[in-house]
Structures are given as C-alpha cells and as structure tokens.
Design a protein around this ligand. Structure first.
Ligand code: FAD
Ligand code: SF4
Ligand code: SF4
Length: 473
C-alpha cells in the first residue's frame, strides 16, 4: 500500500458563494473533482479493524471503496458501495457522517476524519456522469412482496428483495417516489434529479412503483395479503404528521407546518413560476425549532425572497439538534438566530393574517430527561417581533391511518409501529421500519431498517416455502 497522505484536514469541497446561493435553489456544494477525490482518498490509513464500517448503518465497505478511488477505479468504487447501499448519491450528501461513519474514523482522533461522505458522493456522481443505467440480471424466485412508502426505508428494502429475485411493488400515496428525499429535503441540498435517477435504477432492476396509492384508503394491508397475492408487507410509511405548539394564533393565515411549506416548495415547485403552486412569499419569516428541518425551512424562505428570516429556538446553539454544517451554512447565508426564545402567541390582524409573534426569553436550568439543560422562561421578558409568515418545525409523528386500518397492529402511545429486532410487527407477515417505527430519524437509519426487514422477510418466505415442500413430499 502506498504511504498515506497525512494532511490534517479534509480536502475542501467547493461551494457556491453564500450571498449568491442564498437567492437560488441550485446545489450549495459542487462536489470533488477526480484529483480532489484521489487526494482525499489517500488520507485513508486502510485500517485492518475497519472502525468506520461499524459506524455505517448499512455497512458500506469503506476502506475497500476508498482504496479503489486511490487506484483511479471510480466505477469499481461505485459498485463496491452499491453492494450494501442502493442510494449512494443521496447518502453521500445527506448522511450525518459526523455522528456515523466519520465519527469512528481513526484520522478523526487528532485531526479531521477522512471525508467518507464526500468520497461516496463523488463516486456516485462519477458513475452517473459516465455510464448508462443497466438492469441487474436476477432470476425471479416467484414470490411477491408489497412495500408501503417509497422513502429511503421502502426503497432500501425493495432494492434488497429485488436483488434476491422477489417481485416487489411499492405503494406510494404521493405522485412521486422518494418520500422525504423528494418532498422534504430541499433542492439546494439534494437535487431531485438525483433522487429520480436512483429510483429509476431500482425500477430498471424490476421494482414496481405504484404512485397515488394510499394504503388504508384505496387498499388495506389485509387486502394486499389476502386478495393480491403478496406474501409479506413492509410498512415504511414514515412520520409525516406535524406537531404544533398549541398557542394562540396558530390557525392564522400565514402559519405553515415545515412539512407543508417544504412540500409546496420541493415537490410542487412553488419557487418556479412555471408551476401553479401558491406559497406566501414574505418579507419577514420566523421558523420555530432548532432541527435540520427548521434549517431547511429557513433557508428555503430566504431563497423565496424573504428579507429577514429568524430561527426561534428555546435553547442555545450548544443544544441545537441540527447538524453543525447546516447551522453554519444557514449563518453564512444570513439566517438570524433568536436562540433562548420561546413563542407565546402568534399575533394576527383583523383578517386573521399573521403580523407578528410574541416571544419570551429563556434561560437554561438543570438537565432534563433528555440530558439537555431545561429551558425556563424569564418572567417579564416578553417581546414582539414583526413577521408575516410563521413556519412551525417541532417534529413529526407517524400518520395514524395504517394503524387505524390494520387490526392487531400494535403501536406505541405516540403512534410508532412496534417491531422486534427483525423488523416484524405484531401481525403475521407484516414488517415495518424507518420513521414509521422510530419517529423522525435519519435517511441511513431508515435504510438500515429496510435492509434488516428485507433479510427477515426473505427468511420468513423461504421457511414457508420449505414447509410447503416438506408437506408436499
Ligand atoms: P419517508 O421518507 O417519510 O417516506 C415515507 C413515504 O411513505 C412517503 O413517501 C409517504 O408519502 C408514504 N406514505 C405514508 N403513508 C402512506 C400510505 N398510507 N400509503 C402509501 N404511502 C404512504 N435525514 C438525514 O439523514 N439527513 C438529512 O439531512 C435530513 N434532512 C431532513 C430534512 C427534512 C426537511 C426532513 C423532513 C427530514 C430530514 N431527514 C434527514 C430525515 C429523513 O429524511 C427521514 O428520517 C427519512 O426520510 C425516513 O425515511 P422513511 O422511508 O422511513 O420515511
Ligand atoms: Fe457514511 Fe452514510 Fe455512506 Fe454509511 S451510507 S458510509 S453512514 S455516508
Ligand atoms: Fe480509512 Fe478512517 Fe476507515 Fe481507517 S477508519 S479505514 S482511516 S476511513
């Protein structure tokens, strides 16, 4: 092995100027060139014990794919990633690598870890630019599985089952596949053309995607199992039900949930004048919350033309759940952070339109059950800000429709589907994973759950087949 390049920091990834990008929807970062990728890959020490792989929920063979990059075999590197990850261009962009693969990288002990995500993105982009999609050749095993939801969890489960020869049909309630990848994460972080192409590859490999199919309304899980010949169902319906604060004024004109605001912009292209999607384009926008979704909503509002965009968060930067990189990008673009502030009321005019918000200042007390210091209001510190749009981004829960239409399906008190270690629910032949089980989490954890369930579904169907054969003999 050639001697590793011991430069302490990652090779920087070129990005659009913050002032320019704050007014357009083009991708913020440009990705590595071939030379940059080889240089970054040469920082990898090819550790024998491979700690980075343990940090990846889908076990991407990290040292192996990075080694292929150092040899200039970019297509080989792509194929190596594809063995365990069906969405590399997506994961290379949106995985929180700093808490996953890169958090385990030994180069990160003293300096910056190897830029595993950036390298994964590079090889996936290289593959797209240099090859035409080719269908995988897999012989059918004659068995059928239904997947509910086409987000990363459903796609990952479908991809793995299709590689094993299953006929897989994904039922998706929206008009487009991809789940949050299509309707939630904005174009400037994850171009939709990439999501479309990764889904197209799965379709080419034989996965069928039925859109505008709301399971629980048009069809039930029991009908899929008993009337349509599916032998198992994987529920990957996500967590799309927004939570609200319950304060006065929340029903006003100009108050959105982050989900609605982002769906209108991403999926229904409200920013593009060629589309007929109404969205409020305001001067002063407040986003309530401190997670990644709040950052996405705030940066979207800026790109829709707002002059002032505020993040209203009741704790401080140190407790903020959003990725540091996203907070940093938001600050660079001019988002204003009103940390240690909590909304008391949304102020409406006589027509019920938002004209402002009353906030109360907070201070941090003792740690609560989450381990973070509890925010407490400072008496008498109410103050008003002038805003004409408020976006509420306080998290989401699973939609109750699947539970309501599937007798015997056990869920938690907040609606998460209960599964065992194999992803199996309380109902026979019904498996579940992703945000529908965990509540809002990450793309890669949802994909990991899809892989676990695919393996379990395969074991279940194969054991039934073996039993049937034994009975016949
Ligand atoms: P989803 O992606 O929610 O997909 C569920 C799908 O099921 C949807 O398409 C839905 O329409 C469909 N569905 C629901 N009910 C039915 C039904 N009854 N019948 C048929 N179809 C149904 N994670 C990261 O790792 N990195 C990030 O940078 C990041 N940014 C995010 C930004 C935003 C704005 C949001 C909202 C989330 C973000 N996340 C991020 C979280 C991540 O996107 C989710 O954890 C992940 O998408 C969950 O995948 P899933 O497949 O379980 O569900
Ligand atoms: Fe890291 Fe995500 Fe790639 Fe796994 S899939 S190696 S966690 S970037
Ligand atoms: Fe390379 Fe870091 Fe993984 Fe070691 S831990 S093999 S240096 S990426």
């Amino acid at each position: 092995m050639a001697k590793a390049n011991m430069r302490p920091d990652k090779v920087e990834m070129p990005a659009q100027d913050p002032k320019v990008r704050a007014r357009n929807f083009d991708e913020v970062t440009y990705g590595y060139t071939e030379e940059m990728a080889v240089e970054e890959a040469s920082r990898c020490l090819q550790c024998k014990h491979r700690p980075c792989v343990e940090g990846c929920p889908v076990n991407v063979q990290i040292p192996e794919f990075i080694h292929l990059i150092t040899e200039g075999d970019f297509e080989g590197a792509y194929q190596k990633i594809l063995e365990t990850n069906v969405l590399p261009a997506v994961c290379g962009r949106v995985c929180p690598q700093e808490t996953q693969c890169e958090s385990r990288c030994v180069r990160g002990i003293k300096h910056e870890p190897v830029g595993i995500g950036r390298l994964e993105r590079f090889v996936a982009d290289y593959h797209r630019a240099h090859s035409n999609p080719v269908a995988a050749k897999v012989e059918s095993n004659g068995h059928k599985v239904a997947v509910i939801g086409s987000g990363p969890s459903g796609l990952s489960c479908a991809g793995d089952l299709s590689k094993l020869g299953y006929e897989v049909v994904i039922f998706e309630s929206l008009q487009t596949g991809g789940g949050v990848l299509s309707y939630g994460i904005p174009e400037f972080r994850l171009p939709k053309s990439i999501v479309k192409e990764e889904i197209k590859q799965l379709e080419l490999d034989g996965v069928k995607l039925e859109t505008n199919m709301v399971v629980g309304r048009i069809l039930s899980i029991d009908e899929l199992l008993h009337d349509y010949g599916f032998e198992a169902v994987y529920v990957a319906s996500g967590a799309g039900l927004p939570k609200f604060l319950g304060i006065a004024g929340e029903n006003g004109v100009g108050v959105y949930s982050a989900n609605e605001y982002l769906t209108r912009t991403n999926l229904m292209k409200a920013y593009d004048d060629n589309y007929d999607t109404p969205i409020r384009k305001s001067k002063n926008v407040a986003v309530i919350g401190g997670g990644n979704v709040a950052m996405d909503a705030a940066r979207t509002a800026l790109r829709l033309g707002a002059e002032n965009v505020y993040i209203v968060y009741r704790r401080s930067f140190a407790e903020m759940p959003a990725r540091q990189e996203e907070v940093h990008h938001a600050q660079e673009e001019g988002i204003q952070f009103l940390n240690l502030n909590n909304p008391v009321e949304i102020n409406l005019d006589e027509h019920g339109e938002v004209v402002g918000m009353t906030l109360i200042r907070m201070e941090l007390g003792e740690p609560d059950s989450s381990g973070r210091r509890r925010p407490e209001p400072i008496p008498g510190s109410q103050h008003d800000i002038e805003v004409d749009t408020v976006i509420v981004s306080l998290g989401t829960d699973p939609n109750p429709l699947i539970k309501a239409t599937t007798p015997g399906l056990d869920v938690t008190n907040w609606g998460g589907i209960i599964v065992n270690d194999e992803g199996k629910t309380s109902r026979d032949a019904v498996y579940a994973g992703g945000d529908a089980v965990t509540g809002a989490a990450t793309v890669i954890s949802a994909m990991g759950a899809g892989k676990v369930a695919a393996a379990s579904i395969d074991r279940y169907i194969m054991s039934k087949e073996a039993e049937a054969e034994a009975e016949a003999n």
